[in-house]
Structures are given as C-alpha cells and as structure tokens.
Design a protein around this ligand. Structure first.
Ligand SMILES: [Zn+2]
Length: 439
C-alpha cells in the first residue's frame, strides 16, 4: 500500500504518519488481533465484553478483566480510580484503566478497556458493562475532570461519591490564572491563594480565601475569571480537600496512582503495538503482584519469628495478637535517640522517619511506657515502645503493659485461664498450656 501511495503521489511517505492519520479517522481494532487477545483472556479464566459496530461488524470497544483483576475488585472495590491513557496501540484507540488499592496500599488493576472514542456514550458503556460484570459499585470514584466521564459517573454510579483529581484541578487553575503577574505583590498573593485551593485542609481558610479571591477579581472587573471560579466552586466538594465529605478514601486525592499504572503499561506497549501486545504487560504485572504478596508475607513472618512476638502470641488472643503484630510492623518505620540516661531509667525520643518533628517519649524503667496514649486507648503495646524493644533487643513481655482483657482465655469451666506468671512457667518449661491445666 505504501509503495502504491508513493507512486500515486510520487513522493516518499512516512508509513506510520499516514497510518496514524487514517486510524484517527477510523479507529478500529484488527479483527484477528483482537480475537487473539480475547482468546488469551478466556484461556486464563478472565472475562470480557465487546461492543460491535453495526456498520461493519467490527469490535469498537473491548473491556476485559483477568481472574486476578476480578478477584481484586471483589475484595477492594471500595475505591475505584478511572483514567484514560493514549498511544498504547497502532489503532489509536484510548485505553481506559480501572484501578484501585489493595490491603498493602499497592496499586491493583480492576480492568482495562479499549475504546474507539471518549464520548458520554462510550463512558456510559464502560461503567455499565464493568458494573454488570462485577455486580458491585465502589464507595468512591476518583477521576480527572473529563466532562463525558463525569456525566457517565453521575448517571451510572449514583450511590458512589465522586472526586476529581486535585492535581488536575490545580493544573487547570494554573492555566486559567497564569495571567496574574508575579511581579505585582497583590496579584502574586491572590495567585498563590488560587493555586493552593485544592490542597487547603482547613475549611475556614478555604472559604475565607475563596471570598478574598472573588472580591479581588470582581474589583479588577475580570468577569471571565471570577465566573470561571464561581462555576468551579459549585463542585468544590469534589476537588477541594477541605470540602470532601468525611468517608474512607485511603488518603487518595489524585489519580497519580492510576497514572503510575499507565506509565507501567507504557513500558510494554506504544503507538505501534498490536492489541495483543498487552498480554505481556498483563502477565508480568500479575506475576510481580503475586511475587510481592509473597515478600509481604515473608516480612510478617520475620516479625513473628522474634522471641518477643512469640511470647505475645502465647499470651494474647488471636485477633489482639494480630493487632500487636501490625504495631510491630509499623515500628520498623520509626527511628529513635536517647534523650536522658539515668541510673535506673532511660528516656528515648521516637519518631517516624518522615515526620522528625512528631516525637514521642518512651521511658524504660521497671516498665516501658510511652506518652502517646495508645495503651490508655487500646490496651496494647504501641509502635514506639516496640521500636525501643527492637533497638534494645527486649525479649520478654515482662516489662510491657498489656491489658488483661486481651489475654488468651477460654471458658473458665474448662479452666483454661492462667496468669502471666503461670504463662511464663509454661513458656520456660516449653509445655503446651493444656498440660498445665490438666495437672
Ligand atoms: Zn507510643
């Protein structure tokens, strides 16, 4: 075809350029290519759904979900991130990435959708199909401000909260208020106020700043600008952190997680790829995911193998023990320093590596105590104390305060109820608790 065209136009043509222009006008997947990919998904226990174009019977939208994606959505469907990415195949069809966050705070994929355009109809099809295949709706959806996508979310996920990515909103604000001058102190002050609106955490400050900004723009008779801002403020609960309704969001305020998924996809496919080239991405992404699950499992078992954790395991009920192991894991992210070293008592400062100013004091004497209030509120050992236990290589729970109510007890009639002293005897003699009781 290329040679033919070159002969016709009697000039050299860049094949890909021509092809891209052609595909932009007629986005379609190659029938065999799409079929190959569908077979791959089916063979691996995944599910898919297509929309067929009525004019030429070709596939114009393709949603697919591997078994792992389906399972992950089943477990972690509370938060759904939606983001479109481009240049992943030579058919110039955008790829819509549906993703979320697992229990380890890692990015997980829920589904990928190849679409021929980004109209309201298309996004409606994407959401409707996805919810039909999964039978569950998220509590929270985070997306960019694409008008078609937003309308589709409003219609198809009425029960879900919708948030706009704060970063995208800030970027749009930057574009729209670029004209305010940096060398005019008043302009500059207002400009900085505008740019920080999405991230402001205190509601009163947010409201105060909005009034100041609008008054300033009105005073300067910048009609377009204040109308733009007033209009944006009608959806402030979707993009301003201080205005978000208080619901579980795992701290997600931007689609940056979705974008990091996109960046990963781009390592496998580009604007010259076939649809079926996504296979490799899907396989490797899921292999890595399963592998990193194993690593997480291993680091937990490292903590559990410490003598202190083993003693806790014998002392605590199963769930309070798990709570304690969680604190143990957190302790690994902390640092410490000696504050005072007296004959009998030693005082440490303990802080999380990222927050050096938020320090807690742990006193080591007859008992090890902390001023964070965790023991008072929860009745277990806090991460700060555990940090010092790791540092000082504390092997016994003797010096730790644990509320009696969390102890492993059984029905008193069975007699399986023992004191710390008995427990230590059991532990030292390496007897099973049952042996003591039956004596
Ligand atoms: Zn503490």
């Amino acid at each position: 075809m290329k040679e033919h065209l070159e002969n016709v136009f009697s000039c050299k043509l860049d094949y890909w350029k021509v092809y891209h222009e052609f595909r932009k006008l007629y986005p379609r997947f190659g029938a065999q290519d799409a079929q190959n990919f569908i077979e791959f998904i089916e063979k691996n226990g995944g599910i898919h759904s297509e929309q067929i174009d009525s004019t030429d019977q070709s596939i114009c939208k393709l949603l697919f979900q591997t078994k792992l994606m389906h399972q992950n959505y089943e477990k972690f469907h509370d938060i759904l991130l939606i983001d479109a990415t481009y240049s992943t195949n030579h058919f110039s069809t955008p790829l819509v990435v549906l993703s979320g966050i697992d229990e380890n705070y890692r990015n997980i994929l829920f589904g990928l959708v190849l679409v021929n355009d980004e109209t309201l109809n298309t996004y409606t099809w994407v959401l409707r199909t996805f919810f039909q295949l999964n039978q569950k709706k998220p509590n929270l959806i985070v997306s960019d401000s694409d008008v078609s996508l937003c309308s589709a979310i409003a219609a198809e996920a009425k029960s879900s909260q919708h948030r706009l990515c704060s970063w995208h909103v800030a970027r749009n604000l930057r574009k729209n208020f670029r004209f305010l001058k940096n060398d005019d102190p008043q302009d500059l002050e207002i400009k900085e106020m505008i740019f920080s609106l999405p991230y402001e955490r205190v509601s009163e400050v947010f409201e105060g700043n909005c009034s100041k900004i609008i008054a300033y723009l009105k005073n300067k008779e910048l009609k377009k600008s204040y109308e733009y801002l007033e209009n944006l403020l009608t959806t402030k609960n979707k993009w301003a952190i201080s205005q978000h309704p208080l619901i579980f969001d795992a701290g997600v305020i931007t689609t940056s997680r979705a974008e990091s998924c996109n960046a990963l996809i781009k390592q496998y496919v580009n604007s010259k790829s076939e649809i079926s080239d996504l296979k490799e991405f899907v396989i490797e992404f899921e292999e890595k995911y399963i592998f990193s699950n194993e690593i997480a499992q291993k680091s937990i078992s490292l903590i559990e193998n410490t003598i202190l954790a083993q003693e806790m395991k014998r002392f605590l009920s199963t769930n309070s023990y798990f709570k304690q192991i969680e604190e143990f894991g957190e302790a690994l992210a902390y640092e410490n320093q000696v504050k005072e070293d007296q004959e009998r008592d030693k005082t440490y400062l303990v802080w999380r590596a990222e927050y050096p100013n938020k320090q807690r004091e742990v006193k080591v004497g007859d008992r090890i105590v902390c001023n964070c209030g965790f023991f008072e509120r929860i009745g277990l050992v806090c991460r700060h104390i555990l940090r010092i236990c790791i540092y000082d290589n504390v092997k016994s729970i003797d010096k730790l305060r644990i509320m009696d109510r969390w102890r492993m007890t059984r029905d008193k009639e069975e007699g399986l109820h023992f004191t710390l002293f008995e427990l230590r005897n059991v532990y030292e003699k390496k007897l099973a608790p049952l042996d003591v009781i039956q004596k």
